[in-house]
Write a protein that binds this ligand. Sequence first.
Ligand code: NDP
Length: 292
Amino acid sequence: MTAQRLDGKACAKEVELQLGHRIAALNEKGVRPHLAVIIVGNDPASHVYVKSKVKTCERLGIKSTHIELDASTDEATLREHILSMNQQEDLHGILVQSPLPNHMDEEALTDLIHPSKDVDGFHPENLGRLVQGRLDGMLPCTPSGVMRMLNWANIPLRGKRALVLGRSRIVGMPAALLLAARGADATVTVAHSKTEATRELCREADIIVAAVGRADMVRTDWVKPGAVVIDVGINRVDDDSRERGWRLAGDVHPDVEEVASWLSPVPGGVGPMTIAMLMENTVRAAELTIQA
Ligand code: NDP
């Protein structure tokens, strides 16, 4: 079997097309969606992600404000930025790029973002709504991107066994909640670093969502023939054969395409969907200001 490619780029393009109509409707009402992205420090991967978010905003006609702060910036300064942005009426979404420098309390800072502007979907109020099964709030972008991609490919979830590898606040746990939510109706197991017999659990799953951060961890013998495999992982692996000295790898070994029915590629799978969902949350935040 050669897995079908779960093409996040193509799915994201369709999302962008629909957003284009919603943005035009907002513009007619005198509203231009506006996203602020704050980045602290010099982490090269984070700068690449922010650049790509700003570029997507430009392409869609979403205004973006990009604030770069030095790694030595104190927490109080970042707090001031967030609090002042909360008050800014023409600003609809605020994103603080993770990771923040070690001297900052990332959770406390993102908690300061007003829930209506929390386009990352990490505020306890938005995550709390998700736990309650209310899916109409700001949903975390990566897990909601995974769900959108599964729906787009018409992959049935109801009654299926899903295994989520990873239990982080931003990917694993919300992905598990979304898969188990009414409407999706999968039966979900969450595995983490203390899980025993992870490989055997994986082999029982109809759907695997790998969000661990370990290159090529999920191997062909972890996957039931015909399973759907979503690779969230983005890992840099040393590779002297490349000019830049490294390559990008997912959490799933590429050979899994020999056993899976669907496999999302890295890059070009979940990554573009995460950005598309961020854009959608920003547009939604702008729409809510005129409905309020
Ligand atoms: P975290 O480091 O926050 O979480 C990793 C999770 O994996 C933890 O729950 C950890 O368990 C679990 N884990 C670690 N080792 C094992 C193991 N051997 N078996 C099972 N579970 C294990 O990472 P994130 O959730 O933030 O990200 C995960 C991956 O997804 C990363 O590669 C990241 O770069 C990528 N990512 C990609 C995005 C995209 O847009 N494509 C967006 C966000 C992240 P424990 O809780 O016990 O420590």
